[in-house]
Design a protein around this ligand. Structure first.
Ligand SMILES: Cc1cc2nc3c(=O)[nH]c(=O)nc-3n(C[C@H](O)[C@H](O)[C@H](O)COP(=O)(O)O)c2cc1C
Length: 301
């Protein structure tokens, strides 16, 4: 049975991509992602210039499940895009370049480089919750989302995906992004959170706050996907806490056409295979011939 999907003009042999920030920052990482079976690879978020990010500890595994991270958008800057794209292209896999900036001009700068070297799509990080001046500071304001998406979409011919995170205005922000040319939405990023060491009596992360990922945020992501799909029936890629076929299927039924997986890779390198096997059986159970028949099914009941 085919699990093919098309999302924001990206034709994928199945719906499971990696989440930005997980392995996609070096050619070696891209090769690894392809070996793990993803249908497309997403790069770590790239800014115009290199960024060092925060000092360790930057990632902690939580006793309550999931991870909390404050990497601080560490990346090698836009010059790295070319080798990442060449590597993915050589392996015949679509590559989505995740980009960020502090202004429209910075987003456009990285977007042009990604287009110049042959990327397949752009994911605009409007949702990183822990880095001053970036991500969520723009994404929580629908007007800023509109300005950034419009600036990029009007200067590129690549499909533009807006990655938004949890905020009171996420549905409105999604609407603005779609209005000015986003072909799809990636929902959601990590959720701002904190972890305290009760012996040291201080926050564990040097950045104090971080972003929560993994199973604890899955129900939050389901709700955001459901709410946004209900309003716009947009092309959505769901991300947040997927670790098996049921958590993936839930996103599809809420309205996602594709899925990204991040944190689950830490414990299970076979997660893509596990998800795909389960989704095939699930489609058979419902006598469905394709994933698209199930997208948004929860809204039709
Ligand atoms: C260590 C780490 C680094 C991340 N870096 C990025 C990033 O560079 N850009 C981005 O948009 N999201 C980044 N994320 C967020 C993920 O892409 C994803 O939205 C989030 O982790 C929820 O998915 P998950 O529960 O499957 O991990 C990062 C997450 C983790 C755990």
């Amino acid at each position: 049975m085919s699990l093919e999907v098309t999302v924001a003009s990206l034709r994928l042999k199945h719906p499971v991509m990696n989440a930005s920030g997980i392995l996609g920052n070096t050619p070696k990482g891209i090769i690894k992602l392809v070996k793990l079976g993803f249908s497309a690879v997403v790069t770590k978020t790239i800014t115009p210039e290199p960024r060092e990010g925060f000092k360790p500890p930057i990632i902690v595994r939580l006793p309550t499940g999931g991870l909390i991270n404050a990497v601080g958008l560490a990346n090698s800057g836009k010059s790295v895009i070319k080798e990442l794209v060449i590597t993915a292209r050589g392996l015949g896999i679509p590559i989505v370049v995740s980009i960020a900036g502090r202004s429209e001009a910075e987003f456009v700068d990285v977007a042009s480089e990604a287009q110049r070297v042959g990327a397949d799509a752009l994911e605009l990080n409007l949702s990183c919750p822990h880095t001053e001046g970036y991500g969520m500071e723009l994404g929580a304001d629908p007007k800023k989302v509109r300005d950034v998406v419009e600036a990029v979409a009007s200067t590129t011919s690549l499909p533009v995906l807006a990655k938004l995170g949890l905020s009171d205005k996420v549905v409105e922000a999604a609407g603005k992004a779609l209005e000015v040319g986003a072909e799809g939405l990636v929902l959601i990023n990590t959720v701002k959170a904190m972890y305290i060491d009760v012996y040291a009596l201080r926050p564990v992360l040097t950045a104090i706050y971080g972003g929560l990922s993994g199973p604890p945020i899955h129900p939050i992501a389901v709700k955001v996907i459901y709410d946004v799909y209900k309003e716009y029936e947009a092309d959505i890629i769901g991300v947040g806490g997927v670790f098996d076929w049921i958590t993936a299927a839930e996103f599809i039924v809420a309205g996602a056409k594709a899925i990204q997986v991040g944190t689950a890779l830490v414990n299970n390198e076979r997660v893509v295979e596990v998800i795909l096997n389960g989704l095939r059986k699930w489609l058979q159970h419902h006598n469905a011939r394709s994933i698209s028949e199930m997208v948004g099914a929860a809204h039709k009941k």
